[in-house]
Design a protein around this ligand. Sequence first.
Ligand SMILES: Nc1ncnc2c1ncn2[C@@H]1O[C@H](COP(=O)(O)OP(=O)(O)OP(=O)(O)O)[C@@H](O)[C@H]1O
Ligand SMILES: [Mg+2]
Length: 598
Amino acid sequence: MNERQGPAQRRSGLQLIRGARGLLVFLFLVSGVINVLALTGSFYMLQVYDRALTSGSVPTLVAISILAVGLYGFQGIFDIIRSQVLVRIGARLDRMMAPLAHRVAVDMPRFGYSASEALERGRDVDTVRGFLGSQGPMALFDLPWMPLFLGFIYILHPMLGALTIAGAFVLTCLAIATEILTRRHAQASHEATVRRNMIAESNARNAEVMKAMGYAGRAVERFRLANEAHLSLQTRTSDISGTFAAISRVLRMLLQSAILGLAAYLTIRGELSSGAIIAATVAAARAMAPVDLAIGNWKQIVAARAAFRRIGETAAILDIAPERMALPAPRRSLSVEGITVASPSTGRVLLSDVSFTLEAGQAMGVIGPSGGGKTTLARALTGVWPVLRGAVRLDDADIPQWTDDALGRHLGYLPQDVVMVDGTVSENIARLDPDAKPEHIIAAAQAAAIHEMIVRLPDGYQTALGPLGTALSAGQRQRIGLARALYRNPFLVVLDEPNSNLDAAGEAALTKAIEGVKARGGIAIVVAHRPSALKAVDVVGVIQGGRMVAFGPKDEILRSRTRSDGAREAPAADQPDRKAVPVAVVSKARSDRTAGVA
Ligand SMILES: Nc1ncnc2c1ncn2[C@@H]1O[C@H](COP(=O)(O)OP(=O)(O)OP(=O)(O)O)[C@@H](O)[C@H]1O
Ligand SMILES: [Mg+2]
């Protein structure tokens, strides 16, 4: 998604805070009030030393003390308001952005991003919300009010003012230096974290083979190295901000003492009252506190800023989708017009210039060697991958004209690698539809001939499938996947190697299901290596090397291929190992091409 970064993202980032702009102004003003009230301490000192002590009046002391307590109380109340507003802004942003970020995260793997990269999007929202509830933003809101204290000290004595301003300048330089030095590492550090999490995720996915072939130790070593890189970057960033935080703390104390010393000197020279010594010291401490706090929290500030920027990008990605009109349900045809498809992750063209048309009631078989582009075609037909050129039209309407929801109702897709969401059998078949009718679910299960197997499961249709559907056998998963594809009779059903894990009964059910789609006026497209899956199809397309090298009536295509391949073809039909078949298909397709079938 990096290629899409630009002004749109920045606009969107701004749009995010536009809703909260009024609140930000409010917070700025509340911070002003808090900072004015924070002068209470200094004024109290001045009054106690220069008025109560010199006059020796207890009532005066009591009166100014009561006043001070009242002002401190107000400061506390405003402080509470400010922190509660900040927390609520964080929660509001979270409520608004977390589902959107998750929507983008769900979409990212289609574009070649790993699951950990995708989940980072969700964590960004957490980072910003956590930051808004911390000390960091208070420091940022207090910083602009620093001149208030500097002005107060300046009024006490210009020399004290000059010293404090010089100190503030040095501290600000420190903050800027921290920013410059940590910014370089922040991005690298984020990338190292993602890389480490990616390795952790892929190791977890490979648990079974690692156990069986004993390379879990080496996988852990790979993780350790990535973790090492992540740690060293983290350490370096923390070192920088920690060092600068320590320097700034020491400088601040030094400055405070220097102000005290200078004020004492000025008092000895008779230019300052003794109350002013304390008042100046207290005001200087308060003026420097936000700088100190900001430097101390710099790591979090940088992380929150980067996360906020990515949230803006996330919002922009979703902004790009234009509003679409509702279209009538397709019922006539699927026409594929010269489509060229590239991998969204690498940009490599995987399929060029494929065209064909199917009418309602027709089924098409797609065959060809491994890596030829059959799955790529299935992804383009279902809108999983966008087409670079050309169009996939359902009743003349190009796929991008449909919303995902609307298209989904007319589409059934059984991918080559069947995974399920962590839910029950019925939730998976009904595609998470909360209002699913049991008769629709059962009809889909019966169409996939899996109803009997489901009701024999411990909890029947309510059986939990576990993460990714791992509680099922591969063949069971494939048949539940088929039921999910057939749920509520979609117009176009695309099945990518639906029989790769099926037994004879499963294949018979598959054939029946395809015939069912045809009989009700739908269109079925079946990618298959084994001819047994092609019993019910009318036409066959051969995809090889990213092109459709042959397309026509099934018998014609299969006969010409059998002819050109001779006796070698025959056993392949019953070949149990599906990976063994493509070899025959490759040579077939090649001879097709030389024979000019394409
Ligand atoms: N997600 C992806 N990103 C980049 N390239 C991909 C991706 N998926 C597949 N490819 C490439 O696209 C080409 C076609 O792959 P595809 O999955 O369409 O083949 P296929 O005909 O379905 O093969 P098989 O019979 O093994 O399933 C291959 O060269 C593969 O390397
Ligand atoms: Mg495939």
